[in-house]
Design a protein around this ligand. Sequence first.
Ligand code: PEP
Length: 249
Amino acid sequence: MRRTLIAGNWKMNGSLSSIETLINGIKNGLAEVTNADMAVCPPAIYIPKVNELIGDANIGLGSQNICDQEAGAFTGELAPSMLKEFNCRYAIIGHSERRSLYSESDELVAKRFAMAVKHGITPLFCIGETLQERESGVMEDVVSRQLDAVIDSQGIDAIGQCVIAYEPVWAIGTGVTASPEQAQAVHAFIRNKLAALSEDVAAKVQILYGGSMNAANAAELLSQTDIDGGLIGGAALKADDFLAIGKSA
Ligand code: PEP
């Protein structure tokens, strides 16, 4: 039985005072979230503070990226060992904003993935097609190519050590959500593709949906057979909204 994970991607939002309000708000309502694990991925500079604010509450902590190298002359990057020092359990890897705005290739994404796994950090591995790709009928090819970048370099078992986040780019931050049927269809495609290589990995890997998920649409999305949680952007910035998504699991 796969457990539901609701992970918040705060992107480049927040301040010292707002993150305190947000984490305290999540902690206050956490007992009412009974069917999901909750996690937050703050901007890197706030990771130490968020780690401190979480304390012993059951909220997973993640980064929004991770370097593909151990340490050294890599200006602006975050070493896996540094993330471990602040209890990061997850690292978002391959988010569409990194792929499109910062030109991260499938190859670099796969290298970041390998480094996370090597250090016991679970990749929140983002994949998904643009609107143009969907409309031109290559959606499955795109999602396959993104998955294959990891599978070909690290083997199918590596996928068993990550959480996949299917995030159609056209639904991210747009207020346009994939319908539950559209999302389920791609999640099933992903799981079937993995099952062809390993039934075991396919059965156990959590596949989250991301793209304008909110308190109003979460229950229906989360009730789909192959949707095991959500990667939440905008709606993760208010404790009540984020908790409401967790409670709808
Ligand atoms: C995201 O950035 O991963 C995301 C899903 O954002 P939003 O929920 O705002 O669409």
